[in-house]
Design a protein around this ligand. Structure first.
Ligand code: GDP
Length: 471
């Protein structure tokens, strides 16, 4: 890479490094000081390029206001198991006026879009639940605009309902409550509205701002009202994107298809993706060979908020990866190769995060919020810990418990913590193997305690130390 940029032969660089007492191979990474020395040695000028020169970090420049056009909202459905998430997704799919008419066959590609009678569209992510939602967010693919929380009217608020509420709040997304199974004789929607108050969710009927709607996914009632409320929420949010630019998107799902090769479902976030476009996707590159929508139709283009299957990649990317259209195949390959080398390096050198590093990050950002996930063995201890943590908060630094619950530390706790850069506090509980593995990968700190005093003491010491003697 360095030899290329200097227009020298790689072998000459290696030879010089040998003479300097550094036996390295052509593909090995060298540190910046050595690279600078080498460049001077060859009589070239040092030009420092940032990683983003080689990589295409997601373009953060905003599109000019006059290029923005309304785009459909992207909705994720969450809720406790068996409360009807899948049934509701299926029922909502049926509200599409284009489906059937177009003769298409439903394809499960990870997301789908419905066109309503008034021609407006809504996109639904097909993988319900807060785990997928938070995992995507942790990877920087924050594609959801609105969350629909499904609660079964005959069952009430359950552990995953509460997790879903907390994950939604941590992400700062608006929520619409769909009270499902109202066709059942023992359904009690009012009790749900009351119980929601305990978790700081105030629906309109209780004087709050959160919209709620009674539905039956089974009998297909209330669906139009639910869609109306989604549209109303979307209007308030003024969701827009520039469709006239090179496309960017996020991978919702990816697989290696026997017949078609690597296939990724991409949700376009801005721009318009076209057949023939050259792109980088995660650490892979490609050229769009075909675009297929959720009805199995071949498309020529896909605009903002549209989910499509993309064919024509060098390999299979991962959910949460970004797609960016670039100007040339050489450029696409260069970026993909660079990202693969970074991935390889990360795997071998990643150090686990600590409370200390969290605090220094906080300091650098001048942030005063200290996010935490708390798990303990009983409801009583959970409450005691949260109360104590809240007490040690000051005007300068304030603890924010994203989620607190009873039981061992799970995968879902780790993804939530990872997405918000929070450590996890385990009191009398430990993380399971899967959770530990993800924590290590995502650099989430796991802190175990058996004495509340120690726990509070350590957090307080950390906060005080970070703020300095004056605080
Ligand atoms: P998920 O685990 O949240 O995806 O829930 P499912 O969609 O799989 O639904 C769980 C069970 O509840 C299934 O047996 C559904 O048939 C049933 N169910 C879903 N919605 C309704 C509804 O509106 N009314 C009734 N009576 N049953 C429903």
């Amino acid at each position: 890479e360095l030899a290329n940029r200097m227009a020298e032969r790689g072998a000459d660089l290696v030879k010089t490094l040998f003479k300097m007492g550094m036996p390295v191979t052509m593909t090995q990474t060298i540190d910046q000081d050595t690279a600078e020395l080498l460049v001077t040695e060859f009589g070239h000028n040092i030009v420092r390029v940032s990683d983003s020169d080689v990589d295409l970090a997601m373009d953060t420049t905003e599109d000019a206001p006059d290029t923005l056009q309304p785009r459909p909202p992207v909705v994720t459905i969450m809720g406790h198991v068996d409360h009807g998430k899948t049934s509701l997704l299926d029922a909502l799919r049926g509200t599409d006026v284009v489906r059937g008419e177009a003769g298409g066959i439903t394809q499960h590609i990870g997301a789908y879009q419905v066109t309503l009678k008034d021609k407006s569209k809504v996109t639904f992510l097909d993988t319900p639940g807060h785990e997928a939602f938070t995992a995507m967010r942790a990877r920087g693919a924050d594609v959801t605009d609105i969350v629909v929380l499904v609660v079964a009217a005959d069952d009430g608020l359950m552990p995953q309902t509460i997790e879903a509420i907390n994950h939604t709040k941590a992400a700062g997304k608006p929520m619409i409550v769909a009270i499902n199974k109202v066709d059942k004789h023992d359904a009690n929607p009012q009790r749900i509205r009351e119980r929601l108050l305990e978790h700081d969710v105030q629906v309109e009927a209780m004087g709050g701002e959160t919209q709620d709607v009674e539905v039956s996914a089974l009998k297909k009632t209330g669906l139009d009202t639910l869609i109306e409320k989604i549209q109303l929420q979307a209007e308030l949010m003024e969701l827009t994107a520039n469709p006239d630019r090179p496309a960017e998107g996020s991978v919702v799902e990816a697989k290696l298809d026997k017949g078609r090769g690597p296939v990724a479902t991409v949700l376009v976030t801005r721009g318009t993706l076209k057949v023939g476009d050259v792109f980088v996707i995660g650490a892979e590159s490609g050229k769009v060979r075909a675009l297929v929508d959720d009805k199995g139709r071949q498309m020529k283009t896909a605009g903002p908020s549209m989910p499509v299957e993309v064919l024509g990649m060098s390999g299979t990317p991962s959910a949460g990866d970004s797609l960016q259209v670039v100007e040339s195949e050489a450029r696409a390959r260069e970026v993909a190769e660079y990202r693969q080398s970074v991935l390889l390096q990360k795997r071998t050198t990643q150090a686990p995060a600590s409370l200390e590093s969290m605090f220094s990050a906080l300091k650098a950002n001048q942030a005063i919020e200290y996010p935490l996930v708390v798990k303990a063995d009983t409801q009583g201890t959970v409450e005691a810990i949260v109360a104590s943590i809240n007490k040690i908060s000051t005007d300068l630094i304030r603890a924010r418990v994203l989620h607190a619950g009873v039981g061992g530390i799970t995968e879902s706790d780790v993804t939530l913590a990872g997405a918000s850069g929070a450590p996890i506090i385990g009191f009398h509980v430990r993380a399971n193997a899967k959770a530990r593995e993800i924590a290590e990968r995502q650099k989430v700190a796991l802190k175990y305690y058996d004495v509340i005093y120690d726990l509070i003491d350590e957090i307080r010491a950390g906060m005080a130390g970070e703020l300095g003697p004056e605080a």
